[in-house]
Design a protein around this ligand. Structure first.
Ligand SMILES: C=C(O[C@@H]1CC(C(=O)O)=C[C@@H](OP(=O)(O)O)[C@H]1O)C(=O)O
Length: 390
């Protein structure tokens, strides 16, 4: 395997380059019989696609998905589902200047060292454009997880550069280009981004992704722990430099009496664990934060070298996101969905017959209050929607 496939039972293999004819993926292992249409997938793709506000890349891609296989008479057949998204707005001449040089902070240099050949147009395979196919594949996972278990996966931008964006309400998230959960902060974010764009620089961001309704028991005990695989999946997103589960690095200064989540018959009293204990889901919300680095393609001159090793100053012109984090919320949600889907199937395969006499600890209400008050321990905030089937 050469790093283009994720998952053991729900496997996604992605292909394509930013300026090639198309990008796509093959999703293998989806259970048969689930209704699936292109619209189910398009909804999620539309949340990630470029060109939707002045704060993101101006490349115009409709990101229209075509389902090429694995669906018959509107239902999944259990055979591989091939998804295709044609590239429509490549402007490769923007990249002629970096053909012979390496953008500082970009994958240009390491691709060249590793492969000895590089599709420099739009970053080729290293382009964040590839994340569209993850979102497409994950739309299938999200639909199945919701129908079968009532799992809901949502995310929001928790910080844009120095501006912290405390959680206020889910309703706000899809009503602004930042995926901010506090509508009152949107003007501040707009002002920050307008200034940044004028300066020609870029900025990082923090994204929080939450899965509600995950039953206790998904995950594995050692290397394939659920949190390990979530971290692996999140780190595979272009530009992600850090992952925290639950309290994350805040655990460093906590005492055991603060960190360990006490349990009552009514539910957990906090969620510092981020919904995962010993690598296995506890039934609480799974809470993941990711740090997204600032875009490396900026128009301000930066020192680098050319292919001969001579010093150069690289300026990157063209269409770039001044903050890749702005479009990262649907991508983080997608990666969480892919991991959960894989573990749901793996759990079924080994443990479907397990009967445990101890009642499941309920996931208590309180996510919104906990997020709003900045407490890292989060509880389920909404009643899980009724699953379609038991
Ligand atoms: C096209 C997308 O993002 C692209 C990601 C990207 C990069 O280097 O990662 C560079 C830009 O590509 P181009 O120069 O061809 O416009 C972005 O627009 C997308 O997300 O769909």
């Amino acid at each position: 395997m050469s790093g283009n496939t994720i998952g053991k039972l729900f496997c996604v293999t992605s292909f394509g380059e930013s300026h090639g004819p198309a990008i796509g993926c093959v999703v293998d292992g989806c259970p048969p019989g689930m209704e699936l249409s292109a619209e189910d997938i398009q909804r999620d793709l539309d949340r990630r696609k470029p060109g939707t506000s002045r704060y993101v890349t101006q490349r115009r891609e409709s990101d229209t998905v075509e389902i090429l296989s694995g669906v018959f008479e509107g239902k999944t057949t259990g055979t591989p589902i091939a998804l295709l998204i044609r590239n429509e707005d490549q402007r490769s001449k923007d990249y002629s200047k970096i053909m012979e040089t390496f953008r500082p902070g970009h994958a240009d240099y390491v691709y060249w060292q590793k492969y000895g050949i590089r599709d420099y147009r739009g970053g080729g395979r290293s382009s964040a454009r590839e994340t569209a196919v993850r979102v497409a594949a994950a739309a299938i996972a999200r639909k199945w997880l919701h129908a079968r278990y009532g799992v809901v996966i949502r995310g929001f931008m928790a910080q844009l550069g120095p501006v912290e964006i405390p959680f206020k309400q889910w309703d706000a998230v899809d009503k602004n280009p930042f995926f901010a959960a506090d509508p009152d902060l949107v003007p501040t974010l707009e002002e920050f981004m307008d200034k940044l764009r004028k300066s020609g620089d870029s900025i990082g961001a923090k994204i929080c992704v939450v899965a509600e309704g995950v039953p206790a028991g998904w995950g594995e005990p050692v290397y394939d722990r659920l949190d390990a695989e979530i971290a692996y999946a999140m780190m595979s997103i272009n530009a992600v430099k850090g992952v925290e589960i639950g309290a994350g690095f805040a655990a460093v200064v906590q005492k055991g009496t603060e960190h360990s989540d006490e349990v009552t018959p009514e539910g957990f009293l906090s969620n510092n664990a981020g919904g995962i204990l010993g690598g296995i889901s506890s039934g609480q919300d799974i809470v993941v934060n990711i740090a997204v680095k600032p875009t490396s393609s900026i128009r301000l001159g930066r020192r680098s070298i050319d292919k001969t090793g001579e010093p150069v100053v690289v300026e990157t012109h063209g269409r770039h996101d001044p903050c890749v984090g702005i479009r990262a919320t649907p991508i983080g949600e997608a990666m969480l969905a892919l991991v959960l889907m894989d573990h749901a199937l793996r759990h079924r395969a080994q443990n479907a017959d397990v009967v445990c006499a101890t009642p499941k600890i309920p996931a208590k209400a309180g996510l919104e209050e906990n997020l709003a008050s900045g407490v890292p321990g989060l509880q389920s905030f909404a009643e899980n929607p009724e699953p379609d089937e038991a």
